[in-house]
Design a protein around this ligand. Sequence first.
Ligand code: 8X3
Length: 266
Amino acid sequence: MSMEASPAAGARLLRGTGRTVLVTGASAGIGQATARELARQGFRLIVCGRRTERLTALLTELPAGTAHALTFDVRDRAATEAAIAGLPEAWRRVDVLINSAGGAHGLAPIQTGDVADWDAMIDSNVKGLLYVTRAVLPLMPDDAGAQIVNISSIAGRQTYPNGAVYCASKAAVDRLTEGLRFDLQERGIRVAQISPGAVETEFSQVRFKGDEARAAAVYKGYAPLTAVDIAETIGFLVTRAPHINLADVLMLPAAQAAATTIRRQG
Ligand code: 8X3
């Protein structure tokens, strides 16, 4: 048996240095933690979110000139396109796109669910991801190790009671991730998704419309994942050698076996 190394074996990891990442949903949660983690790894950052003051605060943490903020709501197609089209010349190459904007609104059966909640979830988790991706793609280089990472969810793989619309929106992310992989194969752009289980962020506070007690109960009796846990995994994923696409990561707390099966103690 030949012990010769494959041509790819010597390919080097793609460090952050000299590369630019655009992160949506960067004003909180997984997006914000990912921005911090990738800055730590040397990436230049385009941080996108709805809350200017939070993005500005994030910029002050980072070395001057290494980050650029864009305020827009991914649900607003015109604003999304205008913000990305208006990027200054120095920021018009994007090596990595992290689609993190989105969330859950309400937890209710279809027959009584709030239609405005459905619109919010479908508009941000599905249509917003599409708007951003379409707008950013012209800025991504071909055959240069570029990468898109979509933040999906275990909810994209399993439906749970009262979560039909959120789960459907994340199932759409799963399908779009696969579809983009086909579509972008000819450009040599890698497409991946990470599907977290329970992560303690603002997620449940938003889902339960500010009901802190109800949100806190979601994470009681076990150790949920943190946004930093997800961010570190994304950091690993986007620094693999160019011949690797770590395409699909399901990441759960150790106490979680399935979307609604969590071992709680105490
Ligand atoms: C977040 C995980 O299980 O609350 O997407 O839907 S879950």
